[in-house]
Design a protein around this ligand. Structure first.
Ligand code: GLV
Ligand code: GLV
Length: 328
């Protein structure tokens, strides 16, 4: 009999069709996120799951789902996975790196520019019918070209943003990361390694692209915001929880930094109410990887991980490849 899998959220019909060539597929047609209890119940007899970054795969769930062999996340981030618990249970974890790097870097840059040049705020003003005259300082924002671009988290996406800033906009790029890039990679994105303190103090535009973990929780809080320039902008395309949203809303309200652009939020899809009322923040609903070709590529890669592993034994992008060695 064919392996049974669960697709936890709605995806492209083509993805479901492709999976149905290999598996008995149960999928979420309604696309209201299943409750935890419902997810557990549906996953009990499944060998694999296609998850989307919102389903928490932890020890409790794994204990209840003894048939489970693989969870394929349709996201590069995988903070919804307890990877050590998965490895201990011999459950493979996969994500979708690389296929979304350039698209997500494009969006990071778009959000930086929208934030610095006050595009959302000025659009609301125009739509509200408040544009009646030219004025010398109307929506005067921050300079992008030639300014200092700070990047916290220098993975593939961070490097993509650095290249755009350095080569496209003549920006002076500085970064901080747990580990330094090789000299070759630093040269390719013209980026200079600095301490986190220097990054906060010198960046005109600070972009966050680091993975979420206990270590990066509130990496930007009141103390860090206080170290930034009052003219600086902050962009978060990484994960909610990396920024203390309450502290950020307060800093924006008091103009202790100039503006922020946020694609991710603590407790999303809920958004801190104070962020909804301050004008100097651009808010988008976690769409940095959302282009049609990239979302297709992500769905394809997640499907190929499921098929590769459950049918062929070889996944494409394993996060815990040690599970492969343990396989009977
Ligand atoms: C989206 O946030 C992702 O991790 O791919
Ligand atoms: C993270 O995995 C990245 O690609 O930046």
């Amino acid at each position: 009999t064919r392996p049974r899998i669960l697709v936890a959220r709605a995806v492209f019909p083509e993805t479901i069709a492709r999976l149905e060539q290999h598996f008995e597929v149960e999928h979420n047609q309604a696309d209201a996120a299943w409750s935890r209890q419902e997810l557990l119940a549906r996953l009990k007899d499944k060998a694999g799951a296609l998850t989307t970054g919102t389903e928490r795969i932890d020890a409790e769930l794994l204990a209840a789902c003894s048939e489970l062999k693989i969870c394929a996340n349709m996201a590069v981030g995988f903070n919804n996975f307890d990877v050590p618990a998965m490895t201990a249970r011999g459950v493979l974890a996969t994500n979708t790196p690389d296929v979304l790097t350039e698209t997500t870097a494009d969006f990071g840059f778009a959000l930086l520019m929208a934030t610095a040049r006050r595009i959302a705020e000025s659009e609301h003003y125009l739509r509200a019918g408040r544009w009646t005259k030219w004025s010398y300082d109307m929506f005067a924002g921050a300079e992008v070209h030639g300014s200092t671009l700070g990047i916290l988290g220098m993975g593939r996406i961070g490097q993509g943003i650095a290249r755009r800033g350095a080569h496209g906009f003549g920006m002076n790029v500085i970064y901080h990361n747990r580990s330094r890039l090789t000299p070759e990679l630093e040269a390719a994105c013209k980026a200079r390694y600095v301490t986190k303190d220097e990054l906060l103090a010198k960046a005109d535009h600070l972009v966050l692209v680091l993975p979420y973990s206990a270590e990066s929780h509130h990496a930007i809080g009141a103390a860090e915001l206080a170290r930034m320039k009052p003219t600086a902008t902050l962009v978060n395309i990484a994960r909610g929880g990396i920024v203390d949203d309450a502290a950020l809303a307060q800093a924006l309200k008091e103009k202790r930094i100039a503006a922020a652009g946020l694609d991710v939020f603590e407790g999303e899809p809920k958004v801190h109410p104070d962020l909804l009322t301050v004008p100097n923040v651009v808010l988008t609903p976690h769409i940095a990887s959302a282009t049609v070709p990239t979302r297709r590529a992500m769905a394809d890669l997640a499907a190929e991980n499921l098929i590769g592993y459950l049918v062929g034994g070889q996944p494409r992008t394993p996060l815990n490849p040690e599970v492969l060695k343990k396989k009977p």
